[in-house]
Write a protein that binds this ligand. Structure first.
Ligand code: NAP
Length: 250
């Protein structure tokens, strides 16, 4: 199957690292211009945009700030004239035990919801309006196994944010399909990236959690994003694909 994304513009949030980085590389290899979003890792994003080619460029925004999320979409549209696909991938995974002081817990909850869910909502809103006006477009939301299985005790906010992404995505698919807007979710289990490496022992995870004998990598996620972006999966709009090495089967 040949996938040609030449002439398409894709905004990938959190493309400076891990899963987002690989998504940008593979979209670029399929011919897309990628708006490589980053927050702190500017050098990595600029380098990646150059490597991705097709007119790809780096765009900074702190997605913990609502205004910045809204501005990001507008800036990318201004730069390219249009966006065809939005990939909401940026996210944080920070522990916040229920035993923490109330203010600390709430700060962490709000930070997690702001980056993982509110920014996704803001970007989806902007994308829906843009897509309806231009006759269609696609959204891919990178959620998590945690949305369905739940997460461990210190990551309640993370699981809640990812559950929110799933219901948001389904609502978009139901409501705007006839206007040409398609919306998909990918729900990874642990993936070998800086986020997972900070909290897991890979050998233990493979031995105790996975059906497969090896850890999932960003290269196991990115091809599906390319397929979703291409339109070849449009009749799966609203659906979620689990990529978790058989660690959790719904
Ligand atoms: N790795 C896993 O095991 C796993 C499992 C399930 C789901 N996921 C999901 O997959 C997505 C990517 O995760 P990853 O493992 O690739 O993580 P990662 O390597 O830690 O990368 C996270 C990305 O999000 C960006 N980001 C973080 N905070 C931000 C903020 N305040 N504003 C804007 N951007 C921000 C980072 O940008 P800068 O570095 O430039 O600041 C970076 O590009 C996340 O949504 C995560 O929840 C990951």
């Amino acid at each position: 199957m040949l996938i040609d994304l030449k002439g398409k513009t894709v905004l990938v949030t959190g493309a400076s690292s891990g899963i987002g980085r690989q998504i940008a590389i593979e979209l670029g290899a399929a011919g897309a211009a990628v708006a490589v979003h980053y927050n702190l890792h500017e050098d990595e994003a600029i380098e990646l945009a150059a490597e991705t080619g097709n007119g790809s460029k780096a765009f900074k925004a702190d997605l913990g700030i609502a205004q910045a999320a809204g501005d990001l979409f507008d800036t990318v549209v201004e730069e390219y004239g249009q966006v065809d696909v939005l990939v909401n991938n940026a996210g944080i995974f920070e522990p916040c035990p229920v035993e923490s002081p109330k203010e600390e817990w709430l700060e962490s909850w709000n930070r997690t919801l702001a980056v993982n869910l509110t920014s996704t909502g803001i970007l989806c809103r902007a994308a829906i309006n843009h897509f309806v006006e231009k006759g269609g477009g696609r959204i891919v939301n990178i959620a998590s196994r945690a949305a369905f299985r739940g997460e461990t005790r210190d990551y309640l906010a993370y699981a809640a944010s990812k559950g929110g992404m799933v219901s948001l995505s389904r609502s978009i698919a139901r409501s705007f399909g006839k206007k040409g807007v398609k919306s998909f979710v990918i729900a990874p289990g642990f993936v070998r990236t800086p986020m997972a490496e900070a909290v897991i022992d890979e050998e233990v995870v493979v031995r105790t959690e996975l059906a497969l004998g090896e850890m999932t990598t960003p290269g196991d996620i990115a091809p599906l994003v390319v397929l979703m972006a291409s339109g070849k999966l449009d009749h799966a709009t609203g659906s979620t694909v689990d990529i978790n090495a058989g660690s959790y089967m719904r």
